[in-house]
Design a binder for this molecule. Structure first.
Ligand SMILES: CC(C)(COP(=O)(O)OP(=O)(O)OC[C@H]1O[C@@H](n2cnc3c(N)ncnc32)[C@H](O)[C@@H]1O)[C@@H](O)C(=O)NCCC(=O)NCCS
Ligand SMILES: Nc1ncnc2c1ncn2[C@@H]1O[C@H](COP(=O)(O)OP(=O)(O)OP(=O)(O)O)[C@@H](O)[C@H]1O
Length: 196
């Protein structure tokens, strides 16, 4: 079973691209979603997060995401501590998930991959990219957010240029139909590579 990392900056279109691979029959692991489930369901993670941020880290309905986002994307010390708590648990969960999949390859969609060395455990890496103004426009449309919040997150991620240098494939996600054509080509190339 080969592991393909799918990454990209905030709003680049990772989930959109991941869904295209899913439609081609590739098992998809969305690290962001699984991390949130784990943070809500694992008592160990919950305790560690409360120790770091205090009781306000959780509300009745679960993780207090705006509260945590407001801290970690403004203060890298907290971001690093949060990553150190959450990322190993997500990796463990992913490793168990992989064992249950039956396909030539799986995709792990993850916002933070190169930043924490996660690319080293991938057989291939795909980076999704789009112009910065387009990413911001899409995020303002999708979320109740601000340009300031988006830029704070961008500052905590590698630039597209740095990611592209280390990637095996790049998806330029501007026009959806063209994105799909690129996805199809990459899918065929990965499958072709696996035969040898
Ligand atoms: C801060 C949290 C609660 C905010 O949740 P919320 O639903 O509001 O936003 P979402 O998860 O969609 O994140 C928004 C964007 O922030 C970026 N982002 C998320 N985590 C990180 C991080 N650790 N470092 C840099 N950017 C990040 C991503 O581009 C993401 O698309 C959440 O992002 C979080 O818990 N992040 C830390 C844990 C983590 O690294 N998760 C990523 C998967 S392993
Ligand atoms: N090619 C495209 N054309 C038009 N809209 C798009 C395109 N790609 C993505 N979008 C829209 O832009 C928004 C962001 O895309 P998506 O959620 O896939 O990005 P993401 O990289 O997964 O985001 P995040 O970093 O926040 O997790 C979504 O509302 C999505 O529907």
């Amino acid at each position: 079973m080969k592991i393909v990392g799918l990454t990209g900056g905030i709003g680049s279109g990772k989930t959109t691209v991941a869904k295209m691979f899913k439609d081609l029959g590739v098992p998809i692991y969305i690290a962001d979603d699984e991390a949130k489930k784990l943070m809500n369901e694992s008592p160990v993670l919950r305790d560690e997060i409360i120790q770091l941020f205090g009781d306000s880290a959780y509300l009745n309905e679960g993780l207090n995401r705006p509260f945590i986002a407001n801290i970690i994307f403004r203060d890298k010390t907290y971001l690093d501590k949060m990553n150190a708590i959450v990322h190993p648990k997500v990796s463990e969960h992913f490793d168990k998930w992989v064992l249950k999949q039956k396909a030539p390859y799986v995709i792990k969609e993850v916002a933070i991959l190169f930043e924490n060395g996660g690319h080293q455990s991938c057989d291939f890496v795909i980076s999704v990219t789009a112009p910065k103004d387009l990413k911001i426009k899409r995020l303002l449309n999708r979320d109740d957010t601000t340009i300031e919040k988006i830029e704070n997150i961008m500052k905590n991620q590698w630039s597209d240029e740095e990611k592209i240098k280390l990637s095996d494939f790049v998806v330029f996600n501007t026009v959806l139909e063209e994105t799909y054509t690129q996805v199809l080509k990459i899918h065929k190339e990965i499958l072709g590579n696996l035969k040898f």
